[in-house]
Design a binder for this molecule. Structure first.
Ligand code: ZN
Length: 248
C-alpha cells in the first residue's frame, strides 16, 4: 500500500502545536508516528511522512498537511493524535463516521492494551479528514489529560503503540475468489518465469504481490540480511495457492 502518515500538529511550543496534559501531544505523536513509519516501511509499504513541524497558524499547518497528503495517490492517510478534553480511551475519526477495516482494527488493537474503546466517530468536521483525497482516518490514541490513559501509555511506550497501529493497518485480509478468477490465476501461475524472485518489485508478478507482501508483513518470509527474499516460482505458486485457500 501507499500510505501517508501525519504526526499530528506542529512541534511543541509552536503555533498550531498539540494538547498538553500528563502527556505532550506534539512530542508523543512524533514518537508514535515516526516509529509507525519505520514499521510500515519494514513491512514493505511505501510511506510518505505528511508531518508539518512549523507553521504561523493552525490553519496553515492543516493546509500544509493536506497538501502533502494530496500530492500523491495514497491508499490510506493516517493522522496520529492524542485527545484532550476530559475523556478516556481510544477513538478513530473517519469521513462520515464510516467504518473500514483499518479503522476498526486500530480501535480493537489499542483497546486490547486496556484503553477504553470509544469506537469510530464522524470526523467530517476535521480539516484533514474533509480535505484529503485518500481513505483517511485520524487516530486519537488516548487522552493527554487523563492520568489513567497517560500512565497506561507510558507503560506501553510509543513503539508498542506504533506496533499495534501497524498491525491494524497491515491486517489479515482474506479475499474471496470466484471460479473464473481461480482459472485465470491458475493460468498465470503456470506461466511464472523460472527465476529467483528477490524483491517485491516489477519482477514479482502482480497477482503474487499481495500474498508475498502479506507473508512478509506477518514475518513468515524474512529474507536475508540484504532484504532478498530468494523465492523460486515453486514457492510463489505454493504461497499464492495457500493464501487463496485462506490459510494465511
Ligand atoms: Zn490533536
Amino acid at each position: 500500500m501507499i500510505i501517508g502518515i501525519n504526526c499530528g500538529h506542529t512541534i511543541s511550543g509552536q503555533p498550531g502545536s498539540g494538547a498538553v496534559g500528563y502527556l505532550n501531544e506534539s512530542n508523543e505523536t512524533r514518537r508514535v508516528g515516526k516509529s509507525l513509519i519505520t514499521l510500515l516501511r519494514r513491512a514493505g509499504h511505501t510511506v510518505y511522512d505528511c508531518t508539518n513541524d512549523y507553521a504561523h497558524t493552525t490553519s496553515e499547518n492543516l493546509a500544509e498537511i493536506v497538501r502533502m497528503a494530496n500530492e500523491r495517490e495514497l491508499d490510506l492517510f493516517v493522522s496520529i493524535h492524542f485527545n484532550s478534553g476530559g475523556g478516556k480511551g481510544t477513538e478513530v475519526f473517519t469521513a462520515g463516521g464510516r467504518s473500514f477495516t483499518e479503522a476498526e482494527a486500530v480501535c480493537k488493537t489499542l483497546s486490547a492494551f486496556g484503553f477504553k474503546n470509544r469506537g469510530i466517530k464522524d470526523g467530517s468536521g476535521l480539516y484533514v479528514i474533509r480535505h484529503t483525497k485518500a481513505k483517511a482516518m485520524l487516530v486519537e490514541v488516548c487522552f493527554v489529560d487523563s492520568k489513567e490513559d497517560a500512565d497506561l501509555y507510558n507503560r506501553l511506550g510509543a513503539d508498542r503503540t506504533a506496533q499495534a497501529i501497524c498491525s491494524a493497518i497491515c491486517g489479515n485480509k482474506t479475499e474471496e475468489i470466484t471460479l473464473t478468477q481461480y482459472e485465470e490465476l491458475k493460468k498465470e501461475i503456470e506461466n511464472l518465469k523460472p527465476m529467483v524472485y528477490d524483491y517485491i518489485d516489477e519482477n514479482m508478478p502482480a497477482w503474487a504481490r499481495g500474498t508475498i507482501e502479506k507473508l512478509r508483513d506477518k514475518g513468515y518470509i524474512l529474507g536475508d540480511e540484504n532484504g532478498r527474499l530468494g523465492l523460486t516460482p515453486e514457492m510463489i505458486r505454493m504461497f499464492v495457492v495457500l493464501d487463496k485457500a485462506g490459510l494465511f
